[in-house]
Design a protein around this ligand. Structure first.
Ligand code: X8Z
Ligand code: ZN
Length: 587
């Protein structure tokens, strides 16, 4: 007799099956990652229709494989699995930062849109007047950093924003397709998929961000208040009215995301540190390659092995003169082992000197975790990846610059206020921008901001978080979010906010390991093998454990904590409070 007994269903898949599935998936994914990286490298360093198409094809194959594996993984949903395997199944779903519907035609469409938007951004040119004398982004960024002519600044600001409206419809379609894919993976939308990458429920992560933001907000608002008042003095209160958001073209940066380029306008008069990194590089005749060598030497001083010859042979250090390239700086790991590179259109200036260290931080992280299994070959969370090179750059103190022969006289302690202000214009000014970019995207992905509200939604958040405003009226014919690299490139941005909190935590902890006395802003871990070893222990872990474990290795703390950045800038906060007394702050 054949008995179809209820309660006697075929047993579910075993733990061994799940383990074998994950092992196979990692081998397959790794192959796709490498092919996609190579294609993307060629696309970004040599933008043509063909390289863009090749990159899109590689991405289509990768999305197809990732989605297929993720859907197959669903059969382990009801199985009790060891935590390590459960976590890898989650990492598999979130590894791409993108998702697509099952239909191969739609996967191909999505890839063409994302690679196409990246190429459009990379090729961006602004040709005022008769179409001659076109400007590219690196040129415009330099001009907006240096010009103090409000008409010219406004032209640069509005000019760059003419490259993005063509991407608006593509972006709306991208949102539609990616959301459908995220839905197939069990997420509400692509934003929830992104928020799922932090070893905690997505809602808990949102609350974490809010907690951190509230910790640093008073410091930002003090800086904002002072900067607005000084800009009012420079340009007149008709241009920069008190009580109102600051016009976005006056802050020395195309996106008003860092403000150190207007240090000359807003810095404290009697505490100028007396040196300028750009001038030091120039007067010491340091060229682009040598700037990278300085970065390598810093890591070497911590005990890291020198970069491989392939890094020097294959990286792109300067803007190609004969072809289009994506000049936005990035770090690469082509074979997920040792073929690390940077791609950057280096300018000889202090800002790019810091960015070089930022990029090298990615490369040293990539090399440190190469022994991990493929899904663990990434950082503890994406904020860690963005924070390592920045941590090293915090050690570029006057003492360090003197030690490596770039600076002759170390400024006295009475210049500390100037040093702190200059750094705050980068690090503190960045915080609300670091947060608002994904606040916008999360709302776009969830549908709270619809395609007919993209620009208004963007400026509402720019004003709410940063206290800035567009210098001229904007409309839905514009697509200002698309004029910021990470939107067309679909790179999540919360990582940078986290990195700006984490790097101060790392710095504080490593200064203790290195046994350096004195204030944090005068601490350099240069030459400390102990600090290097501690850092390396964390880097080697990759994503093999939840990020609080990694954080604990360096800092002894299991929580992201903004007290480190607040401690660092405490003397500046006190000075800002004095300056702002009698001013009305806020917007
Ligand atoms: O995009 C970057 C890096 C890429 S690895 C250069 N950053 C953000 C930006 O430029 O907007 C670094 C800080 C913020
Ligand atoms: Zn980065």
């Amino acid at each position: 007799m054949l008995i179809l007994a209820a309660g006697c269903a075929a047993p579910g898949p075993s733990v061994e099956e799940a383990r074998a599935f994950v092992d196979d998936a990692e081998i397959r994914l790794l192959e796709h990652w490498i092919v996609a990286e190579r294609a993307a490298w060629v696309q970004s360093t040599f933008i043509t229709d063909d390289t863009t198409a090749i990159a899109a094809d590689a991405q289509t194959a990768l999305i197809g494989a990732t989605m297929e594996l993720a859907s197959q993984a669903a059969r382990f949903d009801g199985v009790t699995l060891p935590e390590e395997i459960r976590r890898k199944l989650m990492l598999l779903k979130t590894s791409m930062g993108l998702a697509a519907p099952e239909d191969p035609a739609l996967q191909a469409e999505l890839s063409r849109i994302t690679t196409g938007m990246e190429s459009t951004y990379g090729k961006g040119l602004v040709c005022p007047g008769d179409g001659e004398d076109c400007l590219d982004l690196p040129q415009m960024e330099r001009m907006i950093a240096e010009s103090r002519d409000t008409d010219e600044l406004l032209d640069l600001w509005t000019g760059w924003r003419t490259i993005s409206p063509p991407m608006r419809a593509q972006y709306a379609r991208f949102v539609e397709l990616a959301n459908a894919g995220a839905g197939d993976l069990g997420f509400a939308d692509l934003g929830e998929l992104w928020r799922a990458g932090y070893d905690m429920p997505p809602d808990a992560f949102t609350a974490e961000l809010e907690r951190l933001w509230q910790q640093v907000r008073p410091l930002y608002e003090s800086l904002h208040c002072h900067v607005r008042a000084e800009l009012g003095e420079e340009y007149g209160t008709a241009v920069v009215p008190p009580d109102e958001p600051i016009p976005a073209h006056l802050l020395g940066n195309m996106w008003s995301q860092t403000w150190a380029n207007i240090y000359d306008i807003v810095g404290p008069a009697r505490s100028d540190p007396g040196y300028d990194l750009t001038q030091l590089l120039e007067s010491n005749r340091v060229d682009e390659l040598e700037m990278v060598r300085y970065g390598e030497r810093f890591f070497s001083s911590l005990g890291f092995a020198p970069l491989p010859d392939t890094f020097w042979d294959r990286s792109l250090f300067t803007q190609p003169v004969d072809r289009d390239a994506v000049c936005h700086a990035s770090a690469w790991d082509l074979d997920f082992e040792s073929d690390v590179r940077i791609k950057m259109c280096i300018g000889v200036n202090g800002e790019d000197f810091v960015v070089i260290h930022h990029e090298l931080g990615h490369n040293y992280y990539q090399r440190a975790y190469q022994q991990q299994s493929p899904l663990h070959r990434t950082s503890a969370n994406d904020g860690f990846h963005e924070g390592i090179g920045d941590t090293i750059a915090l050690s570029m103190t006057p003492e360090y610059l003197a030690e490596v022969g770039l600076l002759r006289r170390v400024p006295e302690a009475d210049r500390d206020l100037g040093l702190l202000m200059r750094l705050a214009l980068d690090k503190v000014a960045f915080l609300p921008f670091g947060l608002m970019v994904d606040q916008w995207r999360w709302k776009v992905f969830s549908g709270e901001i619809g395609p007919d509200e993209y620009n208004e939604g963007w400026w509402d958040l720019r004003t709410e978080y940063q206290g800035i405003r567009a210098p001229v009226p904007r409309s839905e014919a514009d697509f200002d979010p698309g004029a910021k690299y990470h939107i067309p490139a679909n790179t999540s941005y919360t990582r940078y906010f986290l990195a700006h909190i984490l790097q101060f935590q790392f710095h504080r902890a490593l200064c203790e390991v290195a046994d350096v006395d004195g204030p944090l802003h005068r601490c350099s871990i240069f030459g400390s093998l102990e600090a290097g070893e501690r850092l390396n222990t964390m880097l080697e872990m990759g994503a093999s454990q939840p990020w609080p474990n990694a954080l604990e290795v360096v800092t002894g703390q299991r929580e992201m904590d903004a007290t480190a950045i607040l401690d660092y800038f405490a003397p500046l906060q006190a000075w800002l409070d004095e300056q702002n007394a009698g001013r009305s702050c806020g917007w």
